[in-house]
Design a protein around this ligand. Structure first.
Ligand SMILES: *Cc1c(COP(=O)(O)O)cnc(C)c1O
Length: 357
């Protein structure tokens, strides 16, 4: 049976990305050696890093004066590495979900943190839009989480504020154009929208580096990795290769503008069905609906059908639709690699299930 992968992360990747990476794991560039066996400093691997950097710059139209680095440690390491490098006295954070809250907690170890807006009071069922007005002008940066993976809320445009911004784009990077010039840093763990787990992409504004009033451990100082082109120590070679394949795939399929169109198309189909189907309802405010993580629950009068629908959809090939434990119900993650065919298969299950009741 065909499987339709709605996992929230690690998540679906384009088939050709997986196949091409598998080939290189068996025989890297015809060298007779596996991608897993070569030196990261070999003359064949450096071009993988170089092409990945240049594709990021091209796809996201990253202006001059920015560096792109690839590190281990996940987005979670960035929760502390960002304030370690950029928090001089005071930073502003938008508390829009679990990941945002974790980022905020780490920042407090490095200085004063102002929580400029929060939707925690309603279990993060909306994006706290309008936070721009509460951002103090004397903060070193404003940190936002552009897509709240767990709750399914998203800010689909770059905010307008008078201070530089830092964004956790782990679950929506490369799904739409971004005005990188507004940001001091953008970071993303790869395993939602870019690659297999193991690498984190960080886009950094060079002239903001080296200003923090503290000594930084070598590995924590971004300058170490910028100066060495992500080769200060051994980078995650196979995840970086799989990322390169995804970047090529995004480019081949029309870049981030086309990715945004496809994301809108998938989301309109699925939210349309959630709104139409008497058994289900969405969990977040309409203006906050994420294009990436689409959360829904059974309507109150059909609460007892949650487990039966889960089983029904699973029998029809749906994978990973169980909602996060803090929301319940269902979450269909529709990252770049998700297809209209996959979304339609889920919609078909929802309709067939509705017809039974
Ligand atoms: C998954 C996720 C993280 C955590 O990523 P790790 O790479 O596992 O540390 C952080 N932020 C967001 C928005 C996420 O979706």
């Amino acid at each position: 049976m065909e499987k339709y992968n709605f996992n929230a992360g690690p998540s679906m990747l384009p088939r050709e990305v997986i196949e091409n990476t598998a080939k290189q794991i068996l025989d890297f560039n015809g060298s007779g050696l596996s991608l897993m066996e070569i030196s990261h400093r070999s003359k064949d691997f450096q071009p993988v890093v170089d092409e990945s950097v240049s594709l990021f710059k091209e796809l996201l139209q990253i202006p001059e004066g920015y560096s792109v680095i690839f590190l281990g440690g996940g987005a979670s390491l960035q929760f502390m590495q960002i304030p370690a490098n950029f928090l001089i006295k005071k930073a502003a954070y938008v508390n829009s979900g679990t990941w945002a809250k974790k980022a905020l907690k780490e920042a407090k170890m490095f200085g004063e943190v102002v929580e400029v807006a929060s939707s925690a009071d309603s279990n993060y069922t909306y994006y706290p839009f309008g936070f721009e007005a509460s951002v103090p002008e004397d903060v070193d940066y404003l940190h936002i989480t552009t897509n709240n993976t767990i709750y399914g809320t998203e800010i689909l445009k770059d905010p307008d504020v008078k201070v530089p911004m830092v964004a956790d784009m782990s679950s929506d990077i490369l799904s739409r154009p971004v005005d990188v010039s507004k940001y001091t840093a953008i970071y993303a763990g790869a395993q939602k929208n870019i690659a297999m787990a193991g690498v984190t992409v960080i886009i950094l504004k060079d002239d903001m580096l080296g200003k923090a009033p503290r000594e930084l451990a070598t590995m924590i100082d971004y300058r170490t990795h910028v100066e060495k082109g992500s080769m200060f120590n051994t980078p995650p070679v196979v995840p970086i290769y799989s990322m390169l394949e995804t970047l090529r795939w995004v480019k081949k399929n029309g870049g981030v503008e086309a990715a945004a169109q496809r994301a809108h198309q998938r989301a309109e189909l699925l939210y349309g069905e959630i709104d139409r189907n008497k058994l289900f309802r969405g969990t977040v405010a309409e203006d906050s609906r994420s294009l990436m993580n689409i959360c829904f629950v059974m309507n109150d009068e059909y609460k007892e059908l949650e487990k039966p629908f889960f089983d029904f959809a699973t029998e029809r090939g749906m994978v990973g639709i169980k909602g996060h434990r803090s929301v319940g119900g269902f979450r269909a993650s529709c990252y770049n690699a998700q297809t209209v065919e996959g979304v339609n298969a889920l919609i078909k299950s929802m309709r067939e299930f509705e017809a039974k009741y």
